[in-house]
Structure formats: structure tokens, C-alpha cells
Design a protein around this ligand. Structure first.
Ligand code: BG6
Length: 496
């Protein structure tokens, strides 16, 4: 269960805090899931006081919370929100922080347990971590001390070397058990359902291998363009922003071997084994495995939208990719020869994320394409968002006097079955940290081996002499090159 604690947010006046973290805290408080002894302390450079901070929190909640603001509840709950202004590289600030935490902890009877959330640009991580330690704010891991836990947001580095450096600093100031590297995709309801579905049903696991599965498609499509995040995004791109973390984690969950317990390290070992088996992308196999592209101007939902290089804050000759398609192999016994096709991009026709497992076709003996409809293979599609659920395509007899076979869908939707909106990823993940459960967080090895794999691609791009990047019009499903990538294997991207 979540333990009493103070949540200390570095970057407490920022966008992530306003849109995700404070609404998450509020929703969980409203549902009675937060510990009774709980407080929030926001930290940032901006001038604010407790009263202003509570207003900032309320506005964020009004705008972004899953549940509407309950005024009576908030009137009482807001007293738990506090603010401290200062500069994160100033040792004096940490003296004040310690003092403030003592006051808050005693006011709310919190036994000195602290969760430090680093919702800050990566360049500041190392400073904050070292200063926390120097100020004596990191407790040892033992049963008699209050806990100190730290949550680190992505991006953790921009390649293996920088990630390694950040991790080294983290690990020399905190114990690995105290470190929670967040990947919010792991907190999504439907992503957690991958484990439940695979390992609490008897009918899927026996088929979950190269004997029965033809291929897997993972799509994470976003409608939005780069928005106001060009400062970060233009130095990152889709491979770093989405594939290195979220999508490789999805892939690990889909492909991992059955774990023998739900213990955090058992699950993480199993996810890690998948990453260890990813076939390396090399200059020799690169062209058959990797496509990148950037969105150009287009017509999107009834309006003209600019191309990526015309977006505010993006350099006019930027070669940052906003779309990536990959063909990935997992070289182990279970997945030998099964391609995993992955695509992700901004400015796609709609926001939709799914994982589709396409099974092999039955032998064309009894029913085949001589009938009106070609026999379509079974597909299990896990819809991650927005319309969470899963569907299984099966073939069935068309009613009538002739024996004709037709594909139908067995469909389960969270919304219609369970009614209520699922909690947001951040709600679940914050509670997990308070409870000390790191299952849904990235261990150091996962972050670094993902970077090692991604670095191969980044290096090939960096050394390529052509600066030309394929373009796709905003509002379309990506470049022709991506179609060719899959069509050259006689397969097609799913129509979503
Ligand atoms: C973030 C990326 O990690 O995930 C963003 O930095 C992206 O670029 C976002 O838009 C997508 O998250 P979600 O939950 O909206 O699918």
C-alpha cells in the first residue's frame, strides 16, 4: 500500500506537473487511494507562494483532470500543497528545502518519507541528485530509516554515453532500489493488460511463438505536431522520443517469456531478456529495416498545417525525424524469424496506438480465396488508446445455404464493459512509487541496452552522406518508403 510521504516536485511549476502530476494526485486523493498522511511540495525558480501554487494546481486540475474538480473536497485538500522557490544549483536552496520538509512532515505527521520527482530538463538531473545527497536528504535503505525515493523522467540521456553518465550519477547517490525511471507507457491500463491477457488465459500462450504468429505490428500514431516542444524535440526526434523507451518497452511485454512471479525484478529481468535478443541494426541490413521521415505541410482536420521545418522553434534545415518505421527481429527460440513491424509518428491522421498480433493462415485446403472473400488470418489487436480494448478477428460461416467464410471481430472495450474511465498512467505510477513497487519502471540495464540498440541507428544516420529525409504530408500515414518496407515482405500496414 502507498506509504505516508511528501511528494517533492522539482519543476513543480512546469507543464508536466500541471497537466499530469497534480491532476494524478488529485484523482487518487478523491478516490481515497492516497495515504492519509500526504503532502506536496513544488519547487521551481518561479516566484510563487503556497497560495499561488494552490491556484496553479487548481487550474491544472480544472483543465486536465480525469475527474472534475470537487470544490468542497479541494477546499480541504489544497492545504496539503506547498511551494518553495529557488535555484536548483544553489546549495543554500537545499538547506531551505530540508527545513521546509521538516515543517511539512511534522504538520501532516509524515515520518520523513520523501519522493523526489525530477520533472526537469535532463541537463539538471545530475545537479539535483548530487545536491540532494550533499544536503543529507537521501536516507540509507534500511528498515529503520524513512524512505527517500527518486523519480526520473525521460529522456535519460540522448545516447548510450550520456545515459550511462546520468545513471552513474544517480547510482552513486541513490541505491538502485530507490530509483524509479518512469516510462509512462508502462502505467497505461491496456499496457498492463498485456501481462494479464497473456498469462491469465490458457488460449493465447500456446500460440505465442513463431510457429503460429506470422508477424506483429506496433503502431503509435499521434495527431499532434511538435506543438510547443520544439526546443526539446528538434534535438531528439521520434527514435529517441518514442522508440528508445515506450515502444521498446511495449515490445518487451509482448515478447517476454512467462515470468514466475510478479516481483519487480523478475518481471524486469524478463523484459530485459527481450532487449538482449534484439537483432542489431547494421549498415548492411539497415535499408531493409529502418525508415525515417519528416512531416511536410498538409491538410489536417479541415485546416492547413505547416510542415515540421516551419514550426515555431524548429530550424529551417532540420533533419530531425518525426516518423520512424522499423522491422525488428528478436533472435531467440520463441521469435525466430518473426518480424515485428513498428511505426510511430506525429501528424498522422489520428491518435491511435495498437499492438496487432497477426497469426499464420490456415492451410488453403477447405476454404480459400476461391470463395468470395479471401480467408483472412486471425488477428489479435490490443488497442492501447484511445478506444482501449482488444479484438480478435476470426473467420466464421456466412449465414446462407452456401458455405462461405467471412471474417468477424470479437470485441472487448474497456469503456463499455467497465464504464468508468481508467486511471491515467501517472496515477498508477505515483502510487506504485509510494508503495515501493518498481515493476512498471525502467531499471538501469533496460535504459542502457535500449540506448545501445538505438545508437546503432543513430550512428548510421549520422554518418549517412545524404541529408535528404523522405517527407510525408501532415495528416497521412507516413512516407511511401514505409509502405515499401513492409510490402517487400508481402505484408501490409494495418488500416487503422
Ligand atoms: C512522450 C513524448 O513521452 O509521449 C511525446 O515525449 C509524446 O512526444 C507522448 O507525445 C505520447 O504520450 P501519450 O500518453 O499521449 O501517448
Amino acid at each position: 500500500a502507498p506509504q505516508p510521504c511528501t511528494l517533492v516536485i522539482f519543476g513543480g511549476g512546469g507543464d508536466l506537473t500541471r497537466r499530469k502530476l497534480l491532476p494524478a494526485v488529485y484523482n487518487q486523493a478523491l478516490e481515497g487511494e492516497l495515504p492519509a498522511n500526504f503532502a506536496v511540495l513544488g519547487l521551481s525558480i518561479e516566484k510563487m507562494d503556497d497560495v499561488k501554487y494552490r491556484e496553479f494546481a487548481r487550474k491544472g486540475i480544472e483543465q486536465f483532470s480525469r475527474k472534475p474538480l470537487d470544490k468542497a473536497f479541494w477546499g480541504d485538500f489544497e492545504k496539503r500543497f506547498h511551494y518553495l522557490q529557488g535555484s536548483f544549483d544553489n546549495p543554500e536552496f537545499y538547506v531551505q528545502l530540508k527545513q521546509r520538509l521538516d515543517e511539512i512532515d511534522s504538520q501532516f505527521s509524515i515520518p520523513g518519507n520523501h519522493v523526489f520527482y525530477l520533472a526537469i530538463p535532463p541537463a539538471l538531473i545530475e545537479t539535483c541528485v548530487c545536491q540532494l545527497k550533499a544536503a543529507g536528504l537521501v536516507m540509507p535503505v534500511d528498515d529503520n530509516s524513512p524512505f527517500s525515493r527518486i523519480i526520473v523522467e525521460k529522456p535519460i540521456g540522448r545516447d548510450l554515453a550520456s545515459a550511462h553518465k546520468i545513471n552513474a550519477t544517480l547510482c552513486s547517490n541513490f541505491d538502485e532500489q530507490q530509483i524509479y525511471r518512469i516510462d509512462h507507457y508502462l502505467g497505461k491500463e491496456t499496457v498492463q493488460n498485456i501481462l494479464a491477457m497473456r498469462f491469465s488465459n490458457v488460449i493465447f500462450e500456446p500460440l505465442w511463438n513463431s510457429r503460429y504468429i506470422d508477424h506483429v505490428q506496433i503502431t503509435v500514431a499521434e495527431e499532434e505536431g511538435v506543438g510547443t516542444r520544439a526546443g526539446y524535440y528538434d534535438t531528439a526526434g521520434a527514435l529517441r522520443d518514442m522508440i528508445q523507451n515506450h515502444i521498446l518497452q511495449l515490445l518487451s511485454l509482448i515478447a517476454m517469456e512467462p515470468p514466475w512471479s510478479m516481483d519487480a525484478d523478475v518481471i524486469r529481468d524478463h523484459r530485459q531478456n527481450v532487449l538482449n535478443c534484439l537483432r542489431a541494426i547494421t549498415p548492411e541490413n539497415f535499408d531493409q529495416h529502418v525508415v525515417r521521415a519528416q512531416y511536410g505541410a498538409g491538410f489536417h482536420h479541415g485546416e492547413d498545417v505547416p510542415g515540421y521545418r516551419r514550426e515555431a522553434g524548429v530550424s529551417q534545415d532540420s533533419t530531425t525525424e518525426t516518423y520512424v518505421a522499423l522491422k525488428v527481429f528478436i533472435d531467440n527460440w520463441r521469435w525466430a524469424g518473426v518480424p515485428f513491424y513498428i511505426r510511430t509518428g506525429k501528424r498522422m491522421p489520428k491518435r491511435t496506438s495498437e499492438i496487432a498480433i497477426q497469426f499464420k493462415s490456415v492451410p488453403p485446403i477447405l476454404f480459400n480465396s476461391n470463395h468470395d472473400q479471401p480467408l483472412e488470418p486471425n488477428v489479435l489487436a490490443l488497442s492501447i488508446q484511445p478506444n482501449e480494448g482488444l479484438s480478435l478477428r476470426i473467420a466464421t460461416k456466412l449465414p446462407g445455404t452456401k458455405l462461405r467464410v467471412f471474417p468477424v471481430k470479437m470485441d472487448f472495450r474497456y469503456g463499455s464493459t467497465f464504464g468508468e474511465q481508467s486511471p491515467e498512467a501517472y496515477e498508477r505510477l505515483l502510487l506504485d512509487v509510494m508503495a515501493g513497487d518498481a515493476t512498471l519502471f525502467m531499471r538501469r540495464d533496460a535504459v542502457e541496452s535500449s540506448w545501445a540498440w538505438v545508437d546503432n541507428i543513430l550512428n548510421i544516420w549520422a554518418s549517412s552522406r545524404t541529408r535528404w529525409l523522405p517527407e510525408y504530408s501532415a495528416g497521412t500515414w507516413g512516407p511511401l518508403e514505409a509502405d515499401r518496407l513492409i510490402e517487400s515482405d508481402n505484408r501490409q500496414w494495418r488500416l487503422l
